[in-house]
Design a binder for this molecule. Sequence first.
Ligand SMILES: C[S@@+](CC[C@H](N)C(=O)[O-])C[C@H]1O[C@@H](n2cnc3c(N)ncnc32)[C@H](O)[C@@H]1O
Length: 476
Amino acid sequence: MQTLQKKSFKWNQFCLAALTEIKNKVTKKLNKSNGNSIINGFQIKIFNDDNKVTNSFDEEITRIKGDIPIDLDISKGSRFLFISFDQSKFSNGIHKYPAKFFPELPRWVIKRFSKEQDLVLDPFTGSGTTNVEALLLKRHSTGIDVDPFARFLTKVKVTPLDSAELIFFQKKLLKLALDYHPSKVKDKDIPKFPYMEQWFKGGITLELAYLIKSIEALDCNQEIRNFYKVCFSSIIRSVSNADDNCTRTVIRERLNKQVNPCDALKKFAEAILINVPRMIEFSNIVPKKIKVIIPNDMDARNMNLKTGTVDLAVTSPPYVNAVDYPRTHQLESYWLGLANGSLAQLKKEHIGTESVSVREYCKLHKIGIDEADAVIKLIFLQDPRRAYIAYKYLYDMKQNLIETYRVLKKGGNYIIVVGNNRIRNHLFENWKYIKSLAEIIGFKVETYFASEIIRHFIKVPREERINTDWVLVLRK
Ligand SMILES: C[S@@+](CC[C@H](N)C(=O)[O-])C[C@H]1O[C@@H](n2cnc3c(N)ncnc32)[C@H](O)[C@@H]1O
């Protein structure tokens, strides 16, 4: 296959045509302004300016477009439909991430519950939306995540870069993409990881190996290189044989996904043409002397942070049974050298993990919240393994609540954004159980309100689709 790829194209002409096509496409994209908006990842048309809408249960929802007013009335149980315009703005737009915050929400939380120079913590920081927003609002921040891919992405998103250098190396990489020839890739340039031949066509593997090798060889500082690695990572799923829109990295034959020669080069060129302006825009407005710390090897259940030092914590924790993060980002992690073989150990560290043993799930466990224990018992009767996964999720979230309580200053808020889901067809009301656990630990529940989600940006099975996030406002 690889030999075939090496001989069968006039690569220079092919790449030139492809890159010209991409340049036109990107210019069109950047110039486009059609009045549409992004709602939680989806383009929708706003037809009128009426701010009161109702959901399918006839409950009244207040629609808020763009930035959320700092003094918003958040009386208990109120419902909002937040329309985000900033999902792709600044460094927030450079990579997809499942269940990512829309930036307006942490921005509002940070403005409302903290002040400049305060320390903000996100114990499940994911792609670092909280850290980006805290930085832009002149708050120091710490982002904890067990996943090396999440930490890598977050570090890139909060690191301002020199515009001139970014543009210089962007041009260099575009030129290198144009000069691609399969013969420039040696076997040693291709990373080895499980089932590589199934995930990628041979020609695409060569293109990806060429791109990452070109990035590694850039004569630039590590921060610039890491930014281009994130751009590289952002195209990997789309040029693999796996379904683009599923949290699990899976190949679905029925989709008959088409990946063509030159696609990796084209998509990478497109990614850097789009992301460099975003990064420049971000770098130009980043305030000076604000610290963002993304520690390695820390866990939301056991954070090596000093007691009583954090002014505000804000997060969206994982959901039980919803996203298998190590599996979602496995191809990206392999290509970036952040993983090389089994993901088993990493999976175990994740809250919401499905890696549990028979010894653990053969008996029924209780968390001590009547409502939750009743549902766990019903699940146990059908599926003891799922029942244990649900119990373990709440147990782990309790550990996080205890730990966050410890590191918060007295009077500090912990804002948790979490939805419900279904397990074996039983409604599992995460947010209510977390609220009860928080009260047991000593938090005061100041208020809670709903943030309606129109559609999730990534496909999950219909019955598991999460429609409402609940925002819990806790206080130490
Ligand atoms: C819903 S995502 C957070 C998304 C984030 N708000 C954003 O805007 O990108 C939840 C994150 O929790 C992380 N996580 C899971 N278990 C964890 C643990 N034990 N400690 C810290 N992070 C964990 C996952 O890796 C994932 O990135």
